[in-house]
Design a protein around this ligand. Structure first.
Ligand code: M5T
Ligand code: MG
Length: 600
């Protein structure tokens, strides 16, 4: 389970881009306003150098003996520059506020969609995923994506509009100088491209390791009991250290590339200033451009050096966002194998007849069930027996469509269960799995899980049938007691009985108990069975069991061995046949007698 999670890998950037565009399009109005404001800011920021040019040329005229500008004119120039700076600042601020705020809405929507999508995915997906890694995708990666579609996007828009607008304003001063100062841009683009690729790859590896690390933390915490029982704290800590060191190694290799980009960009912008001083200075001396124009030109270069520097950084963030976007789109593009049919058949009332026809099933290549044929008339109780690994759990899980058979079909009231909606199928079946799962919630909420808002009477009935009622006074707050995560604060038998109560309260036409009373003592089990027999009278019941009393009370006993049904019949018939069942039953009887004789 600890090997890397093999989620389907999407080739190319298209699914990522499509995902981003789909969510962006939901807020296109706000983004459009934001971008318009950014464009405005990028144009306004180009105006002060023009004012500066006029001021300097006016001064220069005075220096050369012409009419000198008055102090009032100079202050006026200054005020215009300040005013323009204020407008630019306001536009930038408004755009950033709008788009960053919108990216929070987008994050909210994406997170909801992720959660809802994960609900549709089936066991096959979760078998090859790790909880911690999935959590990392829903938190860490989601944040990176939000930053990409918020602040980073607005920054990139600012950079792009400034670089384009800047070029046009440079052209208005002098074409040759403009071309010279932008000549090195292709080189910068190539460098950024190469760095960006490295950053994305490395960031992808950082996030992947973060997922693995989260998975490890999650497993260690869930498995803390086992780790302690086997005194494996040191080994686990050491193993964690190894994974953590790998995380650091990957983070460092990522940091090298992001850090390297910044000085490189500074160098590139510095080089352009030297070129412009060299060629532009000569132009001024020759009188091709005025001193004011020269200063104007250099102011532009100064203004443009900021977006150029920011470009490098933003490209790295863009690449990181792309890496995270990929990890999210992997989850969103995973399709469940078990899904509702397009047009489900609706059963008016489920009677509970179950038929298996030539059902073959396996996990991957191993075949676990082989051509199983079985008819369970509505209202009967069958006991499913077989040695461990015979395929009992696999068989009952097929009935609730945890998986679909690889071959053959399963019918409920004559309809292939794949043609029913999952909700009708699962509503019709009360399934008590071999491994119980309880939520860290109130006991009463856990029991009413499948039927929220059940009446007190229904709860009482379920508690009595499952014999959990005797334990309730033990709990500090009775039914309102909040139980620990996965039910850790309950005993094994209490958990199993809570799970049984949960199935009973659903009042389903079909009841399946997969070894659901294994942790309950014999005496209590007998009492539960006695009460259940009333409940089960009108229902189809499948009980995977070992205990002799359970077996003897079933209408039909089905013996499963290595994925095949080897014996079917009533308890008495099979006992008389002296085959596998009778051997199993007699051995079990001996075991139970021995246990009875043990001193308490
Ligand atoms: C039957 C294998 C298992 C066994 C066979 C659940 C599961 C089972 N198996 C997998 O390969 N992957 C799985 O996810 O299938 O298993 P089962 O149906 O669980 O057997 P059982 O319920 O009769 O056994 P038990 O021990 O509960 O009495 O080979 O390895
Ligand atoms: Mg089992």
């Amino acid at each position: 389970m600890r090997a890397g999670a093999a989620t389907p890998v999407l080739a190319g950037p298209e699914p990522r881009l499509r995902l981003a565009l789909r969510y962006l399009s939901h807020y296109r109005g706000r983004y459009a306003i934001g971008f318009a404001a950014i464009l405005g800011a990028s144009l306004v920021v180009m105006l002060p150098p023009i004012v500066l040019r006029d001021a300097i040329d006016a001064l220069n005229l005075g220096v050369e003996g012409g009419p000198a500008p008055t102090m009032g004119t100079l202050i006026w120039y200054g005020l215009v520059i300040v005013g323009l700076a204020m407008i630019e600042g306001f536009l930038r601020f408004a755009a950033r506020l709008l788009v960053s705020g919108t990216s929070r809405d987008l994050e909210y929507e994406l997170r909801n969609d992720l959660a809802a999508h994960q609900m549709t995915l089936d066991r096959t997906f979760y078998l090859r995923s790790q909880t911690g890694d999935l959590m990392a995708r829903c938190t860490n990666d989601l944040q990176t994506v939000r930053d990409l579609l918020g602040p980073t996007l607005i920054d990139l828009a600012r950079i792009l509009t400034m670089l384009i607008a800047g070029f046009f304003f440079l052209l208005t001063v002098n074409t040759r100088l403009a071309l010279i100062s932008y000549a090195y841009l292709p080189i910068v683009a190539i460098v950024i491209g190469a760095f960006g690729k490295q950053v994305e790859e490395r960031y992808g590896r950082v996030q992947e390791q973060f997922g693995a690390l989260s998975a490890r933390v999650q497993e260690n915490i869930s498995g803390m009991r086992t780790i302690k029982a086997y005194a494996q704290e040191e080994n686990e800590t050491a193993a964690f250290g190894v994974a953590n060191r790998e995380m650091m190694r990957r983070s460092m290799s990522w940091a090298y590339w992001t850090a390297g980009l910044f000085p490189l960009m500074t160098l590139a912008t510095g080089a352009s200033v030297i070129l412009v001083l060299w060629f532009g200075g000569a132009d001024v001396l020759r009188g091709d451009i005025t001193l004011g124009q020269f200063v104007q030109f250099n102011s532009y270069l100064l203004i443009l050096s900021n977006p150029l520097l920011a470009l490098g950084w933003n490209i790295t963030v863009l690449q990181q966002g792309a890496a995270s976007l990929k990890r999210i789109s992997e989850v969103l593009s995973a399709r469940p194998l078990i899904a509702d049919p397009d047009v489900p058949v609706v059963l008016e009332q489920v009677k509970g007849e179950i038929v298996l026809r030539g059902v073959t099933f396996g996990y991957g290549a191993d075949v676990v069930l082989r051509e199983v044929d079985l008819t369970i008339p509505a209202g009967t109780t069958i006991a499913l027996v077989g040695v461990t690994g015979a395929g009992k759990t696999s068989l009952v899980e097929l009935l609730v469509r945890m998986y679909d058979p690889t071959d053959g079909e399963i019918l409920l009231d004559g309809i292939d269960i794949r043609r029913l909606s999952l909700s009708q199928l699962r509503d019709s079946i009360g399934f008590v799995p071999q491994e119980t799962f309880l939520f860290s919630d109130m006991l009463s909420d856990n029991i009413a899980f499948g039927r929220p808002g059940s009446s007190d009477e229904a709860v009482r009935y379920a508690l009595a049938t499952s014999q959990l009622e005797n334990d309730i006074p033990q709990f500090t707050h009775g039914l309102a007691t909040v139980i620990g995560e996965r039910g850790v604060t309950l005993s094994g038998g209490q958990k199993q009985r809570a799970a049984l109560a949960r199935a009973v309260i659903k009042d389903p036409p079909v009841l399946i108990l997969d070894d659901a009373l294994s942790h309950v003592d014999t005496h209590t089990e007998e009492e539960i069975l006695r009460r259940l027999s009333e409940f089960m009278r009108s229902r189809t019941t499948i009980i995977v069991a070992h205990r002799t009393t359970t077996l003897a009370s079933a209408d039909v006993v089905v013996v499963l061995d290595d994925g095949r049904i080897v014996e079917t019949g009533t308890h008495a018939e099979l006992l008389a046949r002296e085959g596998m069942y009778s051997r199993f039953f007699l051995r079990q009887q001996l075991v139970e007698e021995l246990v009875e004789d043990l001193p308490a």
